[in-house]
Design a binder for this molecule. Sequence first.
Ligand code: CP
Length: 316
Amino acid sequence: MSPPPLLWRSVDDFTDDDLAWILDRADLHRSGALQHVSGGWGAPAVVGLLFLEPSLRTRVGFTAAAVRLGIGPVSVAEQRQSEISMAESVGHTLRTLSGYCDVIVARVPQLLSGSVVPEDLRCPLLSGGDRGVTGEHPTQALIDLFALRTEFGALEGLRVVVCGDPKMRSVASLLRGLVRLGVGSVALLTTDTLLEDLVLPPQVEGNVRVIGDWTEAADADVVYVAGIPHQAVPLAERDRLRLTPEALSLLSDDCVVTSPLPVIDEIDPSAWSDPRLRAFEHSDDGLFVRMAALEFALTHSSGSPATGGPFPRIQR
Ligand code: CP
């Protein structure tokens, strides 16, 4: 039997059972059914939070999730360097942190691939978002999938429109997750400029179509508002993708509008009062998903030297 993976960089690094376990576990946390578990760990587990790029939700969300589970968070926000020496490598930083922690969540400005992640990493590593042509944000996708499952009960058959930049790492992960979980259809409301150099895996590409304006989103069950990078598209194209009151008026009354956040101006300020906009409620529930993701990763931890032995395994 092969050893369990120590790195979850892509949604595809999770098996179907893994995804189901995390979403079910998050549900239990959300319902309050696991309150007796929170803070009741048998060992002083530690999560290392290596964030070398800005983050509000992922960094603070995982910190809060750890605290709620009775896990101690250790935060690293920069590589060691000085005026007279270059920065220590991401690989060495990860390796060092892994010796002190039972699990790491990392956001780094490069692909968290084998060339960056050291082979002798001592604890599991969850990506909090990486960069590159195939960069992903798998825990954000878990949060998005959880949100849709909470809203609709199931994902099967849902018509999802993703609006904005399809090259965003959260979109890359979400598309993989949506196809894996059997949604009915996925459409990208975007522009030719933003489609340039888009790389999608074949199983996703075959299940995604491109639409050109909001009138084609009228029958969507879900609208996912991704970012639209400034300067990357002409202003007129950018304006066409923004969720304005006019665009909202084309959507059905039952449509759920969500976003991984942050939203800068992708949603018109006057649209936020519409009850179909659920992005902040979904962001709130991200706490439960991150709690479940930490527990999931810890089931693969054999315990760091610091904790001196196996982490108590969670019933899966
Ligand atoms: N959604 C998300 O990843 O937000 P942050 O960049 O603030 O973590």
